[in-house]
Design a protein around this ligand. Structure first.
Ligand SMILES: [Fe+2]
Length: 363
């Protein structure tokens, strides 16, 4: 037997049907065909319990073969309940009178349907088709996850280089990443987008790799020429990261993290909504973190002073909705005074790893 075929036969099937003879016939036929995990029950309640249990044991059911009109769930109620809660393929069994209901189920996301009286050969084919589809989807996810690991390794190397070059950047990047993610979450962003902002936070100053250490570590204010050199860092970062396909969503946040909503920023002097929202978030939290950090040539402001200043520049330098979200996040943490409480003491590479773990696809 081919490896894929073997894996498909090892997938879990639950037969839910109030007609005992059909239930037994379907189960027997599947087992005879080599399916290793076939269970059966006759009510919606038992089905939900069985599906929940298998999920809790991390052995989720892959396919439910489901009769309509269960004693405790009339019509397609059981289908609706299972479909809305569990990630599972569903094949409906329907008498000719139930055909309309089965069609409704198909329209709402059932994978297939089979008319009664049952043709068991056809049911086997349909089951195999639904399970193969799930198997291929799972394999695709696995390979995506492998690519993701490779991509993370590249980022980790970059983060380490950056850390070695300018130790201040290490805490700054972590703070911008953590606070930026919280602000994004506060603004109702989805997980993927929050993660993108977290990654952009860690890498936003990567372009400083291309700037002389004498300037980065200068003990005093920069002269105009040095300031111009430092201003190149967002473009340098976006040029370095541009070939990495998985970062495409985050590169704009990095490239434009010094743009101001009034158009007075750099590199392009973009205004308002022309600046990606992620970049407006990074810009605001970066300013907050810079103001509250002690650099060699300027003392740190208190967190309250920094927030007051950011609020006074809302609508000019900073996006008002981002400023509001930042204010709420800081208030909620009750941390206006303890800004370092989120520091983990871990390396940037570990933090990046964490960001990916949060969205790792479960198999
Ligand atoms: Fe920057």
């Amino acid at each position: 037997m081919l490896k894929a075929q073997k894996a498909i036969r090892a997938m879990r099937v639950l037969v839910v049907d109030s007609r005992e003879e059909d239930r037994a016939a379907v189960s027997e036929r599947l087992q005879h065909e080599g399916y290793e995990y076939v269970q059966a029950c006759g009510s919606g309640e038992e089905a939900i319990r069985g599906l929940s249990r298998s999920l809790a044991m991390r052995q989720p059911v892959d396919l439910v073969i489901l009769g309509l009109h269960l004693p405790d769930r009339p019509g397609i109620e059981a289908f609706e309940e299972i479909h809305s809660v569990f990630d599972v393929a569903i094949i409906l069994l329907a008498t000719p009178e139930e055909r309309t209901l089965a069609m409704e189920g198909l329209a709402r996301g059932a994978d297939d349907y089979l008319p009664r009286p049952l043709n068991l050969g056809l049911l086997l084919l349909k089951s195999e088709k639904a399970l193969t589809k799930r198997f291929l989807r799972r394999e695709l996810r696995r390979s995506t996850s492998r690519n993701e690991t490779l991509f993370l390794n590249v980022l980790s190397v970059m983060a380490k280089v950056l850390e070695a070059k300018d130790p201040y950047t290490r805490f700054h990047s972590e703070n911008v990443s953590t606070l930026g993610s919280s602000v994004a979450r506060e603004m109702g962003f989805q997980d993927d987008e929050v993660r993108r902002i977290g990654i952009a936070g860690i890498l936003h100053d990567l372009g400083k790799m291309g700037i002389r250490e004498a300037i980065l570590k200068k003990a005093g204010p920069l002269d105009p020429e040095e300031r111009e050199i430092v201003k190149r860092h967002p473009v340098i970062a976006s040029t370095i990261l541009d070939p990495i396909e998985q970062l495409q969503g985050a590169i704009g946040y990095i490239k434009y993290h010094h743009e101001r909503v009034d158009g007075g920023g750099y590199p392009e002097g973009l205004k308002g909504e022309d600046i990606p929202l992620g970049a407006r978030i990074i810009h605001t939290v970066e300013a907050y973190d810079t103001m509250t950090s002690r650099r060699s040539y300027s003392p740190a402001r208190t967190t309250q002073e920094a927030l007051d200043e950011i609020r006074s520049l809302s609508g000019a330098q900073f996006d008002p909705q981002v400023v509001e979200a930042l204010t709420l996040v800081l208030k909620r943490r009750g941390q206006i005074a303890v800004k370092d409480q989120d520091r983990t003491g871990r390396s940037l590479a570990e933090l990046l790893d964490d960001l990916t773990d949060r969205v790792k696809i479960e198999d």
